[in-house]
Design a protein around this ligand. Structure first.
Ligand code: ADP
Ligand code: ASP
Ligand code: MG
Length: 489
């Protein structure tokens, strides 16, 4: 067995789109496994998790035709995949494995259609985790077939979590024990463990999931549990870029960013890494690389605690396209702090993320900017929590408006003058009005809300302001103050 570094390599759905992509990922792992010890974490095939969610949704609304169509699609995607990859006994084994997964999905759909009842978060988790189960099995067999010894590992055997179904938190000690018991012996045998991402299990063995996009998180949780030297997240872009390349095609790759920047970037919509994935790495102290499985030769982005300083104070511009601004206004003769205190406490208990909040004391107004999917829930919560205040007109009826949140990020903005001016001049030149603004005390990000329809245009405008080639020479007064920065770190 080689005694090289211990690497965890995670392949996202975008890297596992079809048979050719599976072969490419197996080749990347096979090559690395000659020199290093590699643990693989696999996402579901691109689009499959959405498909399972749609199947469940159709079934629970009694739409048997739509549920049947989605099930057929699930089956055909995987049948095509395995028949292109395998032949003979391995194909028969793959068909058998797919058959078991399909049976599990079909039985659940039938039960939902018959009962017409809701579905628990626990059952949902056990079904949506099936996408990763089959893709990890296929990738492990792909590796075996290409002469890289490999063993498939169910997520439930490796990752131990609490029972917050749909958004479970890892139990670091339980996961450490499981991973060491299950994964290290496979490495000792000279094989590559291929673990299903996105999910885990409670101590009692009930399946859970880590939230959408959670396979990145699986990789760093496992990395911390086995004391990996590095985690490599393989995706479909060259690394973390100065903006989402789908919005700014001229976005460039950042060689290094900090864990804090990665967390902020992900929180404000950059899908390239899960918002929680940086935590286990930052705590354990190993770097995370973002790399392109379509261009493995590209260097990628290194996420670390101390990235090298870059020229531009702004590192990236991101956006949450679908957000909602709730505006709460109280009567002027009441002191609103107590109301807002109760509200934030409740949001905390309900695990609802606030993208940002603004408070204007003279106007007795609170602006809460939330992800769109949380908007209705929070409105209901406010109407229940403040039913007396609303009935007595202490609080005005809450206004809800769709907005997009744009975030301008970079640790070096701290101590650099003039960033806000440049950001808002760029937005004003596009004749877009800014609805609400927040700059965190950490000065890691500037967030502002704009009309949803203007989101992409604003991201491009701000990106051009800081990264357009012609304008790349940043005036001296806007360059980061390196002395302040090093003192601040
Ligand atoms: P995977 O399937 O590999 O997990 P995701 O779709 O979750 O991949 O994340 C990769 C995508 O993130 C990219 O295709 C890109 O469009 C998007 N993205 C958004 N913002 C950024 C950014 N700042 N840098 C890189 N990618 C970004
Ligand atoms: N397949 C899951 C999702 O689509 C997890 C992941 O891809 O990271 O959310
Ligand atoms: Mg992802």
């Amino acid at each position: 067995m080689n005694r090289g570094r211990l690497l965890v390599m995670k392949f996202g759905g975008t890297s596992l789109g079809d048979a050719a992509r599976f072969r490419q990922c197996a080749e990347i792992v096979g090559r690395a496994a000659h020199e290093e010890r590699v643990i693989v974490v696999a996402s579901a095939v691109a689009g499959v998790t959405d498909l399972i969610f749609r199947t469940i949704d159709a079934a629970r609304h009694g739409d048997s035709a739509a549920a049947g169509t989605h099930l057929k699609k699930f089956e055909s995607v995987h049948r095509e995949l395995i028949s292109e990859l395998f032949a003979g006994e391995r194909l028969a084994a793959a068909q058998e494995f797919l058959g078991q997964i399909l049976a599990r999905l079909e039985n659940s759909v039938e039960a939902l259609l018959a009962l017409r009842s809701g579905i628990s978060a626990e059952t949902t988790d056990s079904l949506v985790a099936l996408g990763e189960r089959i893709s990890a099995w296929v990738l492990a067999n792909c590796l075996e077939q290409s002469d890289s010894p490999s063993e498939f590992v169910r997520a439930e055997e490796a990752v131990v979590t609490d029972s917050n179904f749909g958004n479970a938190a890892p139990d670091a000690e339980g996961t450490r024990v499981s991973c060491r018991r299950v994964l290290l012996p496979i490495l000792e045998r000279g094989a590559v463990p291929v673990v299903a991402g996105y999910s885990g299990a409670t101590h009692e063995g009930r399946s859970t999931t880590l939230g959408r996009g959670g396979s990145d998180y699986s990789a760093t949780i496992i990395g911390a549990a086995v004391k990996a030297d590095e985690v490599w997240i393989w995706t479909d872009v060259d690394g973390v870029l100065t903006a989402d390349p789908r919005i700014c095609p001229d976005a460039t790759t950042l060689p290094e960013i900090s864990f804090a920047e990665a967390i902020e970037l992900a929180y404000y919509g950059a899908k390239v890494i899960h918002p929680k994935a940086a935590y286990p790495a930052a705590d354990a102290g190993f770097p995370v690389w973002i790399k392109n499985s379509f261009r493995p030769q590209a260097a990628g982005t290194r996420i670390t605690s101390k990235p090298a300083t870059v020229n531009s104070p702004v590192k990236s511009v991101t956006c949450v396209k679908d957000a909602v601004l709730l505006t709460l206004v109280t009567r002027r003769d009441v002191h609103p702090a107590e109301l807002w205190g109760r509200l934030f406490l409740r949001l905390g208990h309900e695990h609802i993320d606030v993208l940002f909040a603004t408070e204007s004391s003279p106007e007795h107004a609170l602006g809460l900017v939330l992800r769109k999917e949380d908007g209705d829930r929070v409105l209901r919560l406010i109407n229940t929590l403040f039913r007396i205040e609303l009935a007595q007109s202490v609080l005005n009826p809450v206004e809800a408006n769709s907005v997009a949140v744009v975030a301008v990020l970079g640790e070096s903005m701290k101590g650099t003058c003039g960033i806000l001016g440049r950001v808002f001049s760029a937005v004003a030149l596009r004749q877009v009005s800014v609805i609400a603004v927040a700059q965190g005390a950490s000065e890691l990000s500037i967030c502002f809300a704009v009309p949803s329809a203007s989101a992409a245009e604003v991201v491009r405008a701000v990106h051009d302001e800081f990264f357009a080639k012609a304008d790349f020479a940043v005036p001296a007064c806007l360059r980061p103050n390196v002395a302040t920065l090093s003192g601040a770190r």
